[in-house]
Write a protein that binds this ligand. Sequence first.
Ligand code: 4AD
Ligand code: MG
Length: 444
Amino acid sequence: PKASKAKIVHLEPLRSQRVRVFGWVHRLRVQKGLIFIVLRDGTGYLQAVLTGTATQTYEALTLGLESTVELVGTLQVVPEGKTAPGGHELAVDYWRLIGGSPGGEDAFSTRVNEHSDPSIQADLRHLVIRALSVKLTPLTTSWRSRPPCLVQTQVEGGATLFKLDYYGQPAFLTQSSQLYLETCLPSLGDVFCVQESFRAENSHTRRHLSEYTHMEAELAFIDFNDLMTHIETIICETVDILLANPATAALIKQLNPTFAAPSRPFLRMSYEDAIVWLTEHGIKRPAEDADEKPILDENGQVLMVDHVVGDDIAEAAERQMTDIIGKPMFLYGFPAELKAFYMKKMPAKDGKTFTESCDLLMPNVGEIVGGSMRIEDMDELVAAYKREGIPVEPYYWFTDQRKYGTCAHGGYGMGIERFLAWLANRYTVRECSLYPRWPGRATP
Ligand code: 4AD
Ligand code: MG
């Protein structure tokens, strides 16, 4: 029988059925040809038993703490007198190692424990939170503990970082909480946060703030299609909730009388198709010289040229496109060289590399969400740092995410002010911020 994919916390109604679960090996015991695993996915713990030939494979013999696995089997109630988390146990009939965890035994049972040196515990906080796992959940959800604003790593490129002196060390105001959210997947499961992000972008546009409210989420064991469907669901369900509430529905009606909930599924257009679409619709971009200075024509006007594959689709072109199409749309599959270092690549095509990335574009605003799948492989990530000129050392905690039980994962960030500008039909995001900050403006 087909096995349904479920998070551990949702297993109870699936007792005696065949289920498929994904997670990290929290505990491991080998006994008389049986392998007992306590699996952790951030929502809970599940006891699983491997029997027979499944225990004799190379993967089984080398399985270690904090490896990631897929387990499929029948969920059985534990017999009277025995205990297991949730009162059930998974009798595994198929399993697969997703990411190994070399050195996991040493890292997690020796270095990360309450007896280790406090400075080691502080350095390894990203591993300590795995051990705390579900004990953290009430803490993080009840008073909304959040990723830090003061950081020493970039996310979206060095050019837009606000740098500061941190007790004599270089530090930045965070551009995005993404890297931290990724490290929370093994302890908290799928996560989101609402946190400030800061961008030193010297662009005076309708949609750029220097400080904005960023709603970000990260999801484990998903694929690119799941990610886009998830973003679409979040947007549509949020709109439904706002329209179902008489007070917010009246406010939206007043601010944006023609607003209608978008219909699903959203249009999905690949970056390459968008280049063709722009050319067909006569939407051009300013020509630039090697120093990124605009090239002028014989009349002293900026020379406009067609887009070709490899070009950035800048704000002006993006806005013309969304205004013509007139409904939410995903643009996906941007070229790797235009995108951030951490993005997962699609298989190369005619020598070009595109990424599993997507922007959600809305009429009147353009991009309100940016998301992607992330590089899973440690060596590939280290090569990506190098290519981007990023020093490897400050990212050790982010790299460790791939070292100890990696997994397919992805996420996204939504600018709340941009979402509001779309919803309330505001000309600029500055109207959607209490005290907006833009280049040159930090008062009052
Ligand atoms: O596309 P961005 O730069 O993506 C990230 O930061 C990812 N690390 C997010 C993630 O995957 N967790 O930013 C995400 C969104 C944009 O789509 C936009 O809505 C908003 O953040 N945003 C801004 N809003 C206002 N002013 C700015 N300067 C913004 N820059 C980005
Ligand atoms: Mg973006």
